[in-house]
Design a protein around this ligand. Structure first.
Ligand code: HEC
Length: 115
């Protein structure tokens, strides 16, 4: 039988060890880190696109801009799909690197950036 009253210390220990771990995987801070590590180099910390990459990718700043009307007008499903599949010859696919939940969180994060 599980004698609850006699093990408060054990439960506390469990919380102390695992709480930071749980909050790290779901925290907003973590999403910001993912964005800044995986996306900001091309899309800019502010989401407006990195101008120095326009030539290299033979693209336009407006296409690298993730907070313009064009991108924001797309559905979450579209944006998650683009991020997980990548764009041929331009943007890497992230489905092997990030969990679907993480990609969804990153899209929510992008939508929260100041316009
Ligand atoms: C190596 C550079 C690079 C990285 C890293 C990168 N992208 Fe991109 N991404 C691009 C380029 C280039 C385009 C525009 C391609 C085009 O259409 O010309 C693009 C386009 C997009 C689009 C489509 C925008 C639209 O208006 O349709 C989304 C969404 C997007 N990226 C999300 C992300 C997310 C989220 C991450 C991080 C997980 C990320 N990208 C990381 C290069 C990158």
């Amino acid at each position: 039988m599980f004698k609850r009253k006699k093990r408060p210390g054990l439960i506390l220990l469990f919380l102390v060890i695992f709480l930071p771990f749980f909050s790290q995987t779901a925290g907003a801070d973590n999403v910001k880190k993912i964005y800044e590590k995986k996306c900001a180099s091309c899309h800019g910390k502010d989401g407006k696109g990195n101008p120095s990459l326009v030539k290299m990718f033979k693209t336009e700043l407006s296409l690298l801009d993730l907070i313009d009307k064009e991108t924001q007008g797309k559905t979450d499903e579209d944006l998650v799909l683009i991020t997980s599949k990548g764009i041929k010859n331009k943007m890497p696919a992230f489905r092997a690197e990030l969990k679907e939940e993480e990609i969804k969180d990153v899209i929510v994060y992008i939508r929260s950036l100041p316009k």
